[in-house]
Structure formats: structure tokens, C-alpha cells
Write a protein that binds this ligand. Structure first.
Ligand code: PBG
Length: 336
């Protein structure tokens, strides 16, 4: 650090504002660049056809039926967005304690994957592996005597991953935080001939209040009934543990890793990228989206500008890309 200070010139010979003076020179000296190619569009799929319904707690976000989602996938791809991640609003009557609907080859996610891949084969499709959209208690795994059991859950997650791979999904993204699931899913995929399907692990996923609007969007808030996921998701107090989580997932075969949420965890993004150098993604989660949009709606700040600034922050911290609900708006803004 001392050397760096010595190497700096002194004012008035050195004026750091010179490079900031014009748009062209600002562009030339920019250290990171955000492009539509860095964005993964997170989308909600609902039952039916021709349906588009607003998510109350996420201004500008809609749940789309599979047919409309397939149309929007074309728009996304044409805007330069390489991939989308699908989340289902499972009808309440299809939810059960063990979340069996996750294994239904005709569930909403599988329908959406087939529709999107048929309409836009070039776009990457990412599917979450976890049981919370399907369980009547809203947890990501199997609940036995008040505890989310690990190994039995992992068996079901492997079967869920196979169902999604069979539907044509390109990337399996386990978001459940069970121990050992990445390795087990890798073996299950390979054993069934899906060795080309990638795994994007939610490697460092924190037990966060910022997931509130998402649970509203997939209709699991009431199911969780005030419960929390601190028995399997990470404690926001921990950083070293995130590196262990990531290391284990890499050893188990993760192709890409994710940190989630984004904004309060930029240090984790930086450390993960620096330590492992793997393709590293950040999830700008529902609560991050909602708070910036809501403030924008009130005229307190420029909501989309704030979202964009956050995305640039993720890239600066070392992320290779970002999962965001604002992918289409941001891609338009970056192009325009
Ligand atoms: C499910 C899952 C969650 C999110 C992504 N996958 C919710 C949770 O863990 O409770 C949250 C995404 C968001 O808030 O945008 N396991």
C-alpha cells in the first residue's frame, strides 16, 4: 500500500478529475463493463394460458403463464440476455408436506422449460432445485419431527433434478443448502446420461429477510407461517463459512457458483471470486429489487438507476454475472 501511495503523483501535477472530464474518456478508463450478456433473467411462471399477473410486492414484475413466458424469452434473447431462471407459483392444492409436485414431469417448471426451449432453443434455461415451491410448509426440504432432514431431502432433490433435465433444462441450480447435494445431483445426472447439464450452485446462500417478496410471488409466505430457514441457510454473520461452502460445492462438481443475496454480501462475492476464480454469480434478490423500485415509485430516487448501480457494483466486486428481475429493463437501458 505504501508503494502505491509513493507511485501516485502529487497535486497539482496529478489531477484525477482529468480522466473523468468527458464521456469518452470516462468510457476509456472504465474498469468494469456491464452488458446484457452479464444478466440472467429471473422469472415467475403461473398456471394457465395467456396469463400475466402483477406481483404486488415487486413493482414491474409479473407472473407469466408458460406460453407468454416463451414469447418473452424471445424478447430477452434478442436483447442479448443469455439465460433465464424459472420459478413456479404452484397452485395451493398441488402442495403437499413432501412436495411431490416437484417430481411431476408435467409441473409448471417443466411446462415452462419445454415451452421456452421450443420457442427459443438458443437461450439458456436454469431451474432451481429445492422443494419450497411445492411443500405445504414452505421449507426447501423434507420436514421430520420439526427438522429439515438432510440426506432424505438430497435423494428427492436428485430426482427433481432429473425431472428438470428430462424437460430440457440446461442448468440445474440447487438452492436448498442441504449438505452434499451438489455431488449427489452430479452423480444422478451423469448416471442418467445428462453429463452435459451444468450445475450452478447456490453455494453461499444466506438466511435473509430479503427473500420476502419472492415468497409472496411463489405463494409460499403463508406456508412458512413465520418460520425461518436458519437451520440450513447461512448466518449473515459469517464469511469464512461461505468460503468453505463454496469449496465443498466446487469439489463436488459445481460448474458455477452463486452468492445470494447480493448487495449486503459484496465482500463475499469479492472473496469467493478471489479465492477460487470460478464463474461466480450474484443473485439480486426480490427484496433488493423491491426496495429500490418502491423508493423509485415514491420519487425518492431513480429506481432503475439504483438497480443499475447495484449491478455495476456486483461486477466490480468480481461477479461474472447477475440474476435479476430487472434483466429486460436493464438490457434495454444498456442498449439505448
Ligand atoms: C428457494 C429460493 C428462494 C429464492 C430463490 N430460490 C427463497 C428462499 O430460499 O426462501 C429467493 C429469491 C429472491 O428472493 O428473489 N429455495
Amino acid at each position: 500500500m505504501v508503494d502505491r501511495v509513493r507511485a501516485l503523483g502529487r497535486y497539482p501535477q496529478t489531477r484525477l478529475r482529468r480522466n473523468r472530464r468527458d464521456p469518452w474518456s470516462r468510457r476509456l478508463v472504465a474498469e468494469t463493463v456491464l452488458t446484457p450478456g452479464d444478466l440472467i433473467w429471473t422469472v415467475f411462471v403461473c398456471a394457465g394460458t395467456g396469463r400475466s399477473e402483477p406481483v404486488g410486492s415487486m413493482p414491474g414484475v409479473v407472473r407469466l403463464s408458460a406460453d407468454l413466458l416463451a414469447e418473452q424469452a424471445r424478447t430477452a434473447y434478442d436483447l442479448g440476455v443469455p439465460a433465464l431462471a424459472v420459478f413456479p407459483q404452484t397452485p395451493a392444492e398441488a402442495k403437499t408436506p413432501d412436495g411431490d409436485e416437484a417430481l411431476n414431469p408435467d409441473n409448471l417448471v417443466c411446462q415452462a422449460v419445454r415451452a421456452v426451449k421450443a420457442a427459443v432453443p438458443e437461450i439458456g434455461v436454469i431451474c432451481d432445485v429445492a422443494l419450497d415451491p411445492y411443500t405445504s410448509h414452505g421449507h426447501d426440504g423434507l420436514l421430520r419431527d420439526g427438522y429439515i432432514v438432510n440426506d432424505e431431502t438430497v435423494d428427492v432433490l436428485c430426482r427433481q433434478a432429473l425431472v428438470q433435465a428430462e424437460a430440457g433444462c440446461d442448468v440445474i441450480a440447487p438452492s436448498d443448502m442441504m449438505d452434499g447435494r451438489v455431488g449427489a445431483i452430479r452423480r444422478a445426472l451423469d448416471g442418467a446420461g445428462y453429463e452435459r447439464v451444468r450445475i450452478l450452485s447456490y453455494a453461499a446462500k444466506y438466511a435473509s429477510v430479503y427473500y420476502g417478496p419472492f415468497r409472496d410471488a411463489i405463494g409460499s409466505t403463508g406456508n412458512l407461517a413465520g418460520g425461518d430457514k436458519r437451520g440450513y441457510q447461512m448466518d449473515p454473520a459469517n464469511g469464512e463459512e461461505a468460503l468453505r461452502e463454496v469449496a465443498m460445492d466446487i469439489k463436488e462438481g459445481a460448474d458455477m457458483v452463486m452468492v445470494k443475496p447480493g448487495m449486503p454480501y459484496l465482500d463475499i462475492v469479492y472473496r469467493v471470486k478471489a479465492a477460487f476464480g470460478l464463474p461466480t454469480y450474484v443473485y439480486q434478490v426480490s427484496g433488493e429489487y423491491a426496495m429500490l423500485k418502491a423508493a423509485g415509485e415514491r420519487g425518492w430516487l431513480d429506481g432503475d438507476g439504483a438497480l443499475l448501480e447495484a449491478l455495476r457494483g456486483f461486477k466490480r466486486a468480481g461477479a461474472d454475472g447477475v440474476l435479476t428481475y430487472a434483466a429486460l429493463d436493464i438490457a434495454r437501458r444498456l442498449q439505448g
